[in-house]
Structure formats: C-alpha cells, structure tokens
Design a protein around this ligand. Structure first.
Ligand code: DAH
Length: 324
C-alpha cells in the first residue's frame, strides 16, 4: 500500500477552507475523523500492515495532520459563525478599563528623599546587599567582639560574607574610590534577623547619606536634615536632635520629628563621620570632615501614609498597592 499523506493533508485543508457552514464542516469531521469510516482512523489501522521502512514516522505524521485539521476546522467554524450571526453592537456599553500600574510606596518615598537631597547636591548610588564583614562592621569602627554587633542580628553567609545590616556598608567602600568633595545617597535593601511584627521585618530599606568636604560641621548636618524634614513632612514640621552613640560617628545624634497626633518620633541616626572611618576610606581627617545619616524607609512610609503595620508593604496585595 502506498500512502500519500501530503496529498491527503492538502486536499483536506482545501475542503475545510471552502466549507461555508456548520453542516459542511460536520460532514468533513465525519469524513476524516469518524471511528468506523474516517480516513484518519483508517490510516492508523493500516499502519501495522506497512513494511518496516514505510512505517517509519507515519504515526507522528498522522497525529500532526489530525491536530492541524482539527485546528483548521475550529478556525473555519468561527469564521462561518461570525459571518452568519447577526452581530449586535451596544454603543452605550461602557468602555473597557485599562489598568495602569503605579509605583510601590517604598519606591515613591525613596524617590522623594532623593529629590529633596538632590537640591543640596547629593547624587545617588546603590551598593551590594551581600557584603563583607569588613565593610559592614570592621571599617566602620566595629571590630569583632564590638558590642554594637550584638544589636545588629546578622545573617551570615560564611565567616566573611553577610547580608548587609545597614546601608552604612557603603561609606568606606565609596570613599575608597571617590575623593572629596563627596555628597551622596545610598538607598537600598538591608537585612536583620528580626521576627516579623507590626514594626519589624527581616528585610527593609534604608537611605544613607554621606557628605565629606573641607570645613563640614555639625551645623551643616543639622541644616541639611532640617531642610529634608521640612521638604518631606511639610514646611512647619518641627525637628529636634539629641546625643546618641554610633561607633562610626562622633559626635552621634538621633533626630525626632513632631507628629501632630503621636508626639515626638525618632526618624534617623546621624553624626560626624568618625576620623577612623575617614582614614579607612583613604581620607585625611586633618583636612576633611564629614557627616553621615541613615534612615529607615518603611518608617517614613508608615508615618507619611498613616500605615500601622509594616508587613502590608511586602504582601503584594493589590487592594493596598492600588491606593498609591
Ligand atoms: N546604620 C544606622 C542604623 O542602621 C543608622 C545610622 C546612624 C547611619 C548614624 C549613619 C549614622 O550614617 O551616621 O541604625
């Protein structure tokens, strides 16, 4: 027996293309697919009778033809239906809504902080989330066994690598490759081993600021932060600072803003860059001084938008995200 599958395929597709209605299409379905008399099932039945060489690949080809034909029948059926049905267009129906995306509130706030500091000449650069113990701690004046490391519950990858616990990891790294004057922001993701609750999440965002130049003083820091606070929370917002301790700044301060309902709230840590940190970055502390600050973005988002639970920022719930 000789099988010309190509010819059968060509004829079948031509017949389908010419069919003008459901009746004809049904006839073709029977002609090719009917179990007892259909052409394709018949071919399948004949396969065992073919010689071994003739048989090779026939099964696959028949299967391909079967699906091609089924597709053609379905497509033709749609076309004939569409041309016979009377289509009713309701010109009063409302249009289809096109969903527009929006920025995540964290991204929005990061952009806003960047914009405010850009007025003061700060540029932005991002750094690695996986960093070394050296940049995250040691070069920031926190040698092994320093008590401040305890508070920063750290995810270690091995003895040297870790997930950064703060964006301060960028200070020395940046100074090593950039000569003063420096005015730069480091936004990015940080990690700490915290149990999630309304105000903690094991991953969060910070923005770090660093300014190094000749004759930079604490008043420059306070003036810059006041400019930020008024730009971000509103021109009448009150801010205050008090002495604190960070190993990498001396003196160190914490800054609070006056919230209309909640009273004084801490929003950031800051200080004058410790001479040892400057030296670690290759900067001569006899000639240059610097200030640095670091703030948690989630806290800013929550204060600005009145959000009570940090976890909602990471849920990816559109009912929440669509509001921004
Ligand atoms: N790294 C501190 C934190 O994670 C924040 C901070 C405090 C950053 C003082 C600074 C600084 O640059 O000077 O809580």
């Amino acid at each position: 027996m000789k099988l010309d599958l190509a010819k059968i395929s060509k004829e079948a597709l031509e017949e389908v293309a010419k069919a003008t209605g459901e009746k004809e299409l049904e006839g073709l379905r029977i002609k090719y697919f009917s179990r007892k008399k259909g052409i394709l099932p018949k071919i399948t039945q004949e396969i065992p009778k073919l010689s071994v060489t003739e048989r090779a690949g026939v099964g696959t080809k028949v299967r391909q033809l079967r699906s091609k034909l089924q597709e053609a029948l379905a497509a033709r059926s749609e076309i004939t239906k569409a041309s016979t049905e009377q289509r009713v267009i309701d010109i009063t129906a409302p249009g289809k809504k096109i969903e527009a995306g929006s920025l995540h509130p964290l991204t929005k706030v990061i952009n806003e902080v960047k914009e405010i500091f850009h007025y003061l000449g700060f540029t932005t650069i991002e750094g690695p989330e996986v960093d070394t113990d050296t940049y995250n701690f040691q070069k920031l004046n926190m040698p092994p066994n320093h008590p401040a490391r305890d508070a920063q519950q750290t995810y270690y990858i091995n003895d040297e690598l870790l997930l950064r616990t703060h964006t301060s990891n960028m200070q020395v790294r940046y100074l090593e490759s950039h000569k003063p004057p420096v005015r730069v922001l480091f936004p990015g993701r940080c990690y700490r081993r915290d149990m999630p609750d309304a105000t903690h999440f094991p991953s969060f965002y910070q923005i770090e600021g660093l300014a190094v130049d000749e004759r930079i003083s604490l008043t420059d820091l306070l003036g810059s932060l006041d400019f930020f606070v008024k730009g971000f929370f509103g021109p009448r917002t009150k801010m205050r600072s008090y002495a604190h301790h960070f190993p990498y700044t001396e003196p160190s301060i914490e800054v609070e803003v006056l919230h209309p309902k909640k009273g004084w709230l801490e929003i950031l840590g800051a200080g004058m860059v410790h001479p040892r940190v400057l030296r670690n970055g290759g900067v001569d502390p006899a000639k240059y001084q610097g200030f640095a600050f670091g703030m948690g973005i989630e806290r800013l988002v929550m204060l600005k938008y009145g959000i009570g639970d940090i976890r909602i920022l990471f849920d990816n719930d559109l009912r929440f995200l669509n509001q921004f």
